[in-house]
Design a protein around this ligand. Structure first.
Ligand code: NAD
Length: 264
C-alpha cells in the first residue's frame, strides 16, 4: 500500500507538537504522498510546528486563530495564493477554559460556553465554508471528536456539549456539501495524552479506565488515529460521509466495568 494520497494536497489545522493527533494523521498522509500545509495558532506554536512541517517536506505555514473570522479569511487567502485548489482539510482543534474542565457542568459560565462552542464546534463550519470553495472537484474534511459528546464523562463538561454540536455539524455539513462530492467525517478518538488533554481533570484516571475496560485492553495511539485519518482523507472511503467513526479500542461498545463478579 503506497501512494494513496499521491497528487493530493491539503491543510492540517491543529498541530501543536509531536504528541498532537494532527501529527499522527499528517505523518501517514505524508507517507502516502500527500502535499501538506499547516496552520498554527500564534507565534509561540510556529516554533514548534515549523520543524515538524519540515520533517514532512513542507515549508507552507499559515497563521490562523479560528475564533477570528478575518484571520480565517486571511489564512485561506494565503492558501489560495499558492494552491488554487485543495483536496482535504484536517480540523484538529478544540479549546475550553481548563477551570471549567473539572468540577460540574452545571457551573459552566456563559462566556466559556460561547468560547468553547465557537472554537471547538463553529470553527468546523467556518473552515468548511472556506475550504469547500477551494474544492471544485470534491474533497474530504475530517474533524476530531470524543465520546464525551455521547455519554457523560467526568470533567469533560462543556467540551462534551461542544463535541455533540460538532458531531451534528458533521452530518449537516455532509448533507450540504455532498452534492459537490465533498465528504465530511469525524474520528471519535479514545483518550490520548496531548497538550489539550492535559487540561482535563483526572485525565490520567480516564486513560487508565479506558485501558482496563476497552475490548482491546489498551489505549489508542496517534498512529491508530493516523491510519483511520488516512482512510477518511483518501479515496478508500469514497462512499463514506457524515460519519463519526470510533478509534477508541472499542471502548464505546462496552456497557459495564470489566472485572470478575463478586460473590453475591
Ligand atoms: P493538541 O493540544 O495537540 O491540539 C489542539 C490544537 O488546537 C492545538 O494545535 C491548538 O493550537 C489548537 N487550537 C486551540 N484553539 C485554537 C484557536 N482558537 N485557533 C486555532 N487553533 C486552536 O491536542 P489534541 O488532543 O491533538 O487535540 C486535537 C483534537 O482532537 C481536538 O479537537 C481534541 O478535542 C480532539 N480529541 C482529543 C482526544 C485526546 O484524548 N487527546 C480525544 C478525542 C478527541
Amino acid at each position: 500500500m503506497s501512494g494513496l494520497m499521491a497528487g493530493k494536497r491539503g491543510l492540517i489545522m491543529g498541530l501543536a507538537n509531536d504528541k498532537s493527533l494532527a501529527w499522527g494523521i499528517a505523518r501517514q498522509l505524508h507517507e502516502q504522498g500527500a502535499e501538506l500545509a499547516f496552520s498554527y495558532q500564534g507565534e509561540a506554536l510556529k516554533k514548534r510546528v515549523g520543524p515538524l512541517a519540515d520533517q514532512l517536506g513542507s515549508d507552507f505555514l499559515i497563521e490562523c486563530d479560528v475564533s477570528d473570522m478575518a484571520a480565517l479569511d486571511a489564512a485561506f487567502d494565503t492558501l489560495k495564493a499558492r494552491w488554487k485548489t485543495i483536496d482535504f482539510v484536517v480540523h484538529a482543534i478544540g479549546f475550553s477554559d481548563k477551570n471549567e474542565l473539572r468540577g460540574k457542568y452545571v457551573d459552566t459560565s456563559l462566556d466559556n460556553f460561547l468560547m468553547t462552542m465557537n472554537i471547538s464546534a463553529y470553527s468546523l463550519v467556518a473552515v468548511a465554508q472556506r475550504a469547500s470553495a477551494m474544492m471544485p472537484d470534491g474533497g474530504a474534511i475530517l474533524t476530531l471528536t470524543y465520546y464525551g459528546a455521547e455519554k457523560v464523562i467526568p470533567h469533560y463538561n462543556v467540551m462534551g456539549v461542544a463535541k455533540a454540536a460538532l458531531e451534528t455539524s458533521v452530518k449537516y455539513l455532509a448533507n450540504d456539501l455532498g452534492p459537490q462530492n465533498i465528504r465530511v467525517n469525524a474520528i471519535s478518538a479514545g483518550p490520548i495524552k496531548t497538550l489539550a488533554a492535559s487540561g482535563i481533570g483526572d485525565f490520567r484516571y480516564i486513560l487508565k479506565w479506558n485501558e482496563l475496560n476497552s475490548p482491546l485492553r489498551r489505549n489508542v495511539t496517534i498512529e491508530d488515529v493516523g491510519g483511520s485519518g488516512l482512510y477518511f482523507l483518501s479515496d478508500l472511503s469514497s462512499g463514506v460521509t457524515g460519519e463519526t467513526h470510533h478509534v477508541d479500542a472499542g471502548y464505546h461498545v462496552v456497557g459495564m466495568k470489566q472485572e470478575d463478579a463478586p460473590d453475591i
